[in-house]
Design a protein around this ligand. Structure first.
Ligand code: NAG
Ligand code: NAG
Ligand code: NAG
Ligand code: NAG
Ligand code: NAG
Ligand code: NAG
Ligand code: NAG
Ligand code: NAG
Length: 738
């Protein structure tokens, strides 16, 4: 027995050694990030090669290991490295960070009316809007979608330096299209061009800036005029997402080019696990964009409702959660006994018969198949003869319609694990029913020899909105503990927009439907709505900084109608209200030196901060006005997460607002505190005598930590004059029990 144990220990050691051994000898792809451009970009290639040569020690290996150079908007390169070379390069004075290139993923027509930007709204500034180019980092674009028709567009803005690479779909609407795949890592579902093979990039681009497309619908569902939020703006697509995902190296390459091409805003509906800002390609890219006055708007992620799932959390990013609109897609299943169940799905099929035989996964189980869960209709568990031509009831709602179609079934009634607000397309007649309705159908099936059912074509109903989508990622963020994320919400549930006919309606290979418009959900869909809203604001205020535009959207946002326990940790400041955001009254602006003070306060290495900012001098954090208060940044929300040893609440926020309303104005503060927070605003009144004037104030938050109550305490600070109402949410997160 002892011998066996020893043997086991020995073999475990062997395995560990082998694994380690192979790791040490295998070159992996790393990004060597060196901060801003320091001087002439042309010498960068030589410089990078020399650094690699020093780290690797062999001219030829150094040459072969280098994959890409970033030198248009920031400095760095991509190389295949061994662990000891990573160490050597990390120790270089001029290097900010060396991090592995990982893979990120995409965060997969009435919406603009719902948000107040109606079709008939006069757009006096359409001319300025048409000078704006939105750069999207996504899966490409399907040029034949009617949303990208350029009839009536003026010439491409003169400042535009982008181009179209291996793409014939560019016109005056789609003014740029490039693709990035450093590894040449193509599957048979990837086209090596900016063409959209999946529909995602086409959907996000047309949501942001598609032209009016009348009578858009998905096989008759959601009918209306599909259009982007800023239909006059131009689109530039940077394809970085492929069948295998979106690699960090490609994402950074796209930022490098987009900034240099002259985009006015970057919209990125993708993400991955949060990392320290200077090891995160989206945080790095968006920082350099911000330096050039370009706001980056990103999706918050689809990992909700679990806490601490929010992604893309750097303070210079606008992090967008998904909200639901007032329209829901419901699909009725009528049973043979005349009772019906209202499920949720997008079912474009009308029934061909009055009734179909009904069975369940459990009843149709293949008795000689011992693996898998037949009740859940797992693939391969059902007896084809029992399923053929029938509607099948399955426990679970994640692709059962696909399995039932492959097994020859006529339809699927799928039972959700928990309630949901989001409908998904089914590949055969299908509906997903809520857990509370399972008894009704189960009792019916067992009550009769010949159960029957029929699934109707989907209808739409009105629901109370906005609310935060269940899938939308929630705070608190884990990188900057004193900055509230997500920032804002925008519609992301069941959004109709243009699609690529290179894929199928559901994306399943056994779907033979292709659609010009499709209804899909995700914070991916929310992000381009917020991006468009930012462009809309920018078209009225071309000189506003990215932080000012974001502030305008945040302080004018509409509160959620249905407030869940997560509150602001789910919705941020609320749902975008683009027309209000054009006239916010006051803005919370943030300059580059404010960000430097913030990064110093957050403990980032001052040598690294100097490189990132791109000056030739080192940043001496002591020479910058120290970031004051609990969070150290002039953010439109005020937030902190208490330390686990805190016994009471005490936080101070220093803020400065700039007057963009009326020259002569007086704002008074009002605090609404729902959870016992004591909030003191000093001074309580702010007087402005001219436009662009700034005034500072302090917010002191105190309170006792009662052992019961919700996990966060919130209050709302409003600065109001006769016309404007500038809202800032204050959120204090309790220490979480371990
Ligand atoms: C900051 O980074 C530089 C260069 O990598 C390094 O030499 C220095 O020790 C770091 N400073 C601190 C305080 O970590
Ligand atoms: C673009 O729109 C114009 C005007 O509505 C129409 O005449 C033209 O056929 C459209 N072009 C394409 C390629 O659909
Ligand atoms: C250009 O795109 C086409 C598809 O549109 C693709 O077949 C071809 O391989 C691409 N060419 C290059 C050089 O990548
Ligand atoms: C049942 O399962 C067995 C074993 O996997 C398989 O060989 C057989 O084809 C299945 N029968 C039907 C009717 O699906
Ligand atoms: C099969 O799946 C259902 C739904 O997920 C679950 O409730 C049930 O316990 C599973 N059965 C087995 C045997 O795993
Ligand atoms: C649903 O909402 C639309 C638009 O807000 C409204 O016109 C319609 O009357 C509503 N329908 C019902 C049944 O409430
Ligand atoms: C509470 O914890 C923080 C960090 O965890 C520490 O800096 C602080 O000194 C602690 N305070 C007390 C009173 O223990
Ligand atoms: C507003 O003030 C900022 C800095 O205080 C300045 O850069 C900007 O030009 C001013 N704008 C106007 C319209 O006066």
């Amino acid at each position: 027995m002892f011998r066996n144990l020893l043997l086991l220990v020995f073999s475990l050691c062997l395995v560990t050694t082998l694994v380690h051994g192979s790791n040490d000898n295998e070159r992996k792809e790393y990004i060597i990030y060196m901060g801003g451009l320091q001087g002439a970009g042309t010498s960068a290639m030589v410089d990078h090669h020399n650094m690699l040569l020093t780290a690797i020690g062999d001219e030829e290996v150094a040459r072969e290991s280098k994959l890409y150079t970033y030198r248009k908007s920031f400095n760095g390169f991509v190389a295949k490295l061994l662990p000891n070379e990573v160490k050597r390069l990390s120790a270089e004075k001029r290097v900010v960070s060396v991090f592995p290139s990982t893979v990120r993923k995409l965060h997969t027509t009435r919406t603009w009316d719902f948000l107040g930007l109606s079709e008939t709204l006069s757009r006096e500034n359409a001319k300025r809007e048409s000078d704006i180019v939105i750069g999207l980092l996504d899966s490409g674009i399907w040029p034949e979608a009617p949303s990208f028709n350029d009839t009536g567009y003026g010439p491409v803005p003169i400042k535009w330096r982008g181009k179209c690479v291996n793409f014939t779909g560019c016109n005056r609407k789609v003014v740029g299209a490039k693709y990035f795949n450093l590894n040449q890592d193509y599957s048979d579902r990837d086209t090596p061009s900016p063409i959209d093979d999946t529909g995602h990039g086409t959907h996000t681009s047309s949501t942001a800036a598609g032209v009016f497309a009348k009578d858009a619908s998905l096989h008759g569902l959601g009918t209306g005029t599909a259009r982007g939020g800023v239909p006059s703006a131009r689109i530039a697509m940077y394809k970085v997402c492929w069948d295998s995902g979106c690699s960090d190296a490609d994402v950074l390459a796209a930022f490098d080019e987009a900034i240099a091409d002259g985009v006015d805003l970057i919209s990125a509906s993708m993400g991955g696990p949060s990392r320290s800002f200077f090891e995160d390609p989206i945080a790095i890219g968006s920082f350099h964009a911000m330096k050039k006055g370009i706001l980056t708007s990103c999706s918050a992620g689809n990992d909700g409702p679990a806490a601490s799932t929010v992604e893309n959390v750097a303070p210079w990013i606008m992090t967008v959660a998904a909200s639901g609109i007032d329209r829901q897609f419901r699909t009725l299943a009528t049973l043979g006994n005349g009772k019906y169940i209202s499920g949720i799905s997008i079912n474009t099929f009308s029934p061909e018969k009055k009734m179909y035989p009904l069975t369940s996964g459990a009843l149709a189980a293949n008795v000689s198949e011992r693996y898998g869960n037949a009740s859940a209709c797992d693939f391969g568990t059902l007896d084809q003869n029992e399923v053929m031509g029938k509607i099948v009831y399955c426990l679970g709602s994640n692709g059962q319609d696909y399995t039932i179609k492959r097994t020859g079934g006529a339809g699927a009634i799928m039972m959700l694990d928990s309630d949901t607000d989001t409908a998904y397309s089914t590949v055969i007649p299908g509906t997903s029913i809520f857990p509370r309705d399972s008894k009704l159908i189960e009792q019916y099936i067992s009550s009769t020899k010949n159960p029957q059912a029929v699934i109707q074509k989907t209808i739409t109903i009105n629901v109370s909105a906005p609310f935060v989508a269940s899938f939308s990622s929630r705070g608190p963020q884990i990188i900057s503990l004193n900055i509230l994320k997500p920032d804002i919400s925008a519609p992301g549930v069941n959004i109709l927009a243009a699609y690529s006919t290179l894929t199928t309606t559901t994306g399943y290979p056994n779907d033979d439907r292709h659609t010009v418009f499709n209804i899909i959900s995700g914070t991916s869909m929310a992000c381009p709505h917020a991006s468009a809203a930012a462009v809309y604001v920018k078209s009225f205020h071309p000189d506003w900084s990215p932080a000012a535009v974001k502030s305008a959207l945040m302080t004018t946002a509409t509160p959620m109608k249905i407030i869940e326990e997560d509150a602001e940790l789910g919705s941020g400041s609320g749902q975008i209200n683009p027309t209000q955001a054009v006239n916010p009254g006051l803005i919370y602006d943030i300059s580059m030196s404010d960000y430097i003070s913030f990064l110093c306060k957050e403990g980032y290495n001052h040598t690294a901060i100097g490189l990132i900012v791109g000056g030739t001098d080192k940043i001496d954090c002591s020479k910058f006005k120290p970031a004051q208060g609990t969070d150290g940044l002039n953010y439109p929300t005020m937030y902190t997460k208490l330390h686990s040893n805190s016994t009471s609440i005490s936080a101070t926020f220093y803020r400065t607002v700039t007057n963009v309303g009326y020259a002569m104005s007086v704002y008074t503060s009002k605090v609404t505190s729902l959870s016992g927070l004591l909030v003191k605003v000093i001074p309580e009144t702010l007087k402005f005598s001219k436009l662009n004037e700034s005034q500072s104030f302090t917010v002191e938050v105190k309170g006792s930590l009662e052992p019961t109550g919700s996990k966060q305490l919130s209050a709302l600070l409003e600065w109001s004059d006769s016309k404007y109402n500038v809202k800032s949410h204050i959120v204090i997160l309790r220490p979480l029990a371990d």
